[in-house]
Write a protein that binds this ligand. Structure first.
Ligand code: NDP
Length: 301
């Protein structure tokens, strides 16, 4: 197979750039307004992946100069105790962003917990008020991964006006908000899902193809319009191709797009790992600054 023709969209570069911009904004807010944006992350239980994510969020928020608090609660925390903590954070003047790490251990009710977060502090953008604001074109706090995808598209493709965008996946967390953001950017948007007919043909019409499915390498090279921008949100753990490593039970992470094939055809493509996933925490920090500024009525810094 020939070498990749697509330009690689390196999430590391854009995430580092965004974190540096956030650090500048934090410094400017402190200098001009005496305001230090504050992020509270709540982790319930001891899920190993969640622990890694939460540690990373705490470290990155400190690194950009924010006030950062992590609440680690035991797995047997009750709904009442968790809601009480969220209620305290909602009125804590030092905290401008609240993130409750998902998934929550059973039997905690995620929907009720997300609904209890003050929408203006909902830096994960998962409160229905923020989903409604986004859908109706009002200033919203937008889910981090979708916003990260848009930043990558704007940095690489530039003006998206009039482009055909296809989003494969319609989850509340990823597919729907990405589709809303693409619509706001004046794309013609198609949302495809598990009931869509002839998905390859739908994808072939896409100037921008966003895959948020959760099925390893589902989107093949011949589904892609030559020159398209391909954003692969998928994170799927699969056995190594190398049979020796696979036999040892070793796994690796791949996206929803068949990268080897797609990168022969696409104009731009995000790798997995190393693409969209790296943007998520950087956008969380940006959302916290946005939330702090809005709460304090600060237009610009
Ligand atoms: P969900 O399982 O909530 O949604 C998957 C979507 O894909 C659904 O809308 C489903 O359709 C659709 N789908 C499933 N199978 C097919 C198919 N064969 N053809 C077409 N559409 C299909 O997943 P999420 O949206 O939460 O996550 C998607 C992927 O993104 C996952 O791999 C996840 O790990 C990853 N992810 C990555 C993040 C990052 O930081 N990079 C953050 C969040 C998620 P239907 O609605 O009809 O069931």
């Amino acid at each position: 197979m020939p070498e990749s023709s697509a330009q690689l969209i390196d999430g590391k570069i854009y995430a580092e750039r965004l974190r540096a911009q956030v650090a500048d904004q934090v410094a400017a807010l402190k200098a001009a307004h005496g305001l230090q944006p504050g992020l509270a992350v709540v982790l319930v239980g001891d899920d190993p992946a969640s622990q890694i994510y939460v540690r990373s969020k705490g470290e990155h928020s400190l690194a950009v100069g924010m006030h950062s608090v992590t609440h680690r609660l035991p797995a047997d925390t009750t709904q009442h105790e968790l809601l009480r903590l969220v209620g305290e954070l909602n009125v804590d003047p030092l905290i401008h962003g609240i993130l409750v790490q998902l998934p929550l251990p059973k039997p905690l009710d995620e929907k009720a917990v997300l609904a209890a977060i003050n929408p203006d502090k909902d830096v994960d953008g998962l409160h229905v008020v923020n989903a409604g604001r986004l859908a109706s074109g009002q200033p919203a706090l937008t889910p981090c991964t979708p916003l990260g995808c848009m930043i990558l598209l704007r940095e690489t493709v530039g003006d998206l006006t009039g482009l055909n965008a296809v989003v494969v996946g319609r989850s509340v967390l990823v597919g729907r908000p990405i589709a809303q953001l693409l619509l706001q950017a004046d794309c013609t948007v198609t949302i495809a899902h598990s009931r869509s007919r002839d998905l390859p043909a739908i994808c072939r019409g896409a100037d921008i193809l966003v895959a948020a499915v959760g099925r390893p390498r589902m989107i093949r090279g011949d589904w892609i319009k030559p020159g398209a921008a391909v954003i692969d949100v998928g994170i799927n753990r699969v056995p190594f191709d190398d049979p020796v490593k696979a036999a040892e039970g070793r796994t690796k992470v791949v996206g929803d797009v068949h990268f080897k094939e797609a990168s022969q055809v696409a104009g731009w493509i995000t790798p997995v790992p190393g693409g969209v996933g790296l943007m998520t925490v950087a956008v969380l920090l940006q959302n916290t600054v946005t939330a702090a500024k809005r709460q304090m009525g600060i237009e610009s810094v």
